[in-house]
Design a protein around this ligand. Structure first.
Ligand code: AVI
Length: 316
């Protein structure tokens, strides 16, 4: 997701001035970051994508049944990306002659144009109504103007990147943007053998490291910073007691980094950390708590054959 450069600069200054330095993982996704994330999704170690693909490809019929919607209805996808995950679900519904509109929402016009072109080519009978803008502005508008029932899709395990309070806030916002009877299908990564989780992030190919270092590159590109990428390493660890996989950049030397055209410079001690991301793995109990806290109930849990990942249906 692209953000305004000023907000980016402000957030960088706040995060790097903190006693324990941090940067928000939402800034990973500039064009280069999005390309690297695609490489991550293709790695064998990054099981999340395969698991969710399996769920949507093999259980589309059960997912559709669980909705019990009148037709026509809407499928509204938040952060659709290249639509690869959703494709199987859409294809199944069209093959059964189900009457629905597909409304992908993304902040990037370019992403929406590419997705629309792809889908028009591969699923010509799909009624696609892409919306560009902030999720909640678009959802608010749809709630006011569209009388049909809606299924919201928030896939990929993205909820795991929101620290607890932010996850609660996001779920509250989803709830407020939904009409009574609307449903939310959310992809959530589950707690499992810690080795499996650890290997998905501390990958042997160095792609996740490159993904994190791109954040420094982005600051160099967009904010005129002078990070030396060779002077930073990547570190992550998984705590199986709380399900948190935390990612960091590590300064390899005592160094100073400047931001061009500002009075700001930041000192990094050797071995000092910048926290870049949380990828929380949930237990079923925590998923139920998340639902209850924001006025939802989990009505169905769809799982892959390894039981690593769930697409869970939240009912308002
Ligand atoms: C987008 N999100 C769910 C990914 C995750 O697994 O937390 C981002 C990611 N970070 C490192 N690898 C993938």
């Amino acid at each position: 997701m692209k953000n305004m450069p000023n907000t980016f600069k402000k957030d960088v200054i706040v995060g790097l001035s903190a006693k324990e330095k941090y940067l928000s993982s939402k800034y990973f996704y500039d064009d280069e970051g999005s390309r690297i994330f695609k490489e991550i999704m293709e790695m064998a170690e990054y099981y999340l994508s395969d698991c969710e693909y399996e769920i949507l490809a093999t259980q589309a019929d059960k997912i559709f049944e669980s909705l019990a919607f009148d037709q026509p209805f809407n499928i509204i996808e938040l952060g659709a990306g290249d639509g690869a995950k959703t494709f199987k679900l859409l294809e199944f519904l069209l093959s059964k002659g189900v009457n629905f509109d597909y409304i992908p929402i993304d902040i990037s016009q370019e992403a929406m144009n590419m997705l629309s072109q792809q889908l028009q080519k591969n699923l010509p009978s799909l009624k696609i109504k892409p919306a560009v803008g902030d999720y909640f502005e678009v959802l608010g508008q749809l709630k006011k103007t569209n009388k049909h029932q809606s299924l919201l899709l928030f896939l990929g395990g993205n909820i795991g990147n929101y620290p607890k309070e932010e996850a609660f806030r996001l779920m509250d916002l989803f709830n407020q943007s939904m009409k009574a009877g609307d449903k939310l299908l959310m992809g959530i990564d589950l707690q499992k053998n810690p080795q499996v989780i650890y290997q998905a992030y501390s990958d042997p190919h160095g792609i996740t490291k490159r993904f994190n270092l791109n954040l420094l590159k982005r600051m160099n590109r967009e904010l005129g910073a002078n990070f030396n990428l060779n002077e930073f390493d990547f570190y992550c660890y998984y705590n199986p007691r709380n399900g948190e996989l935390l990612s960091y950049l590590v300064s390899l030397s005592d160094q100073e980094v400047r931001l061009a055209n500002t009075d700001f410079s930041f000192h990094f001690a050797k071995d000092e950390l910048i926290w870049t991301e949380q990828s929380k793995k949930y237990s079923f109990k925590e998923i139920d708590m998340l639902a209850k806290h924001s006025g939802f109930e989990v009505s169905h849990r769809f799982m892959d054959s390894k039981r690593y990942f769930t697409d869970s249906l939240f009912v308002k």
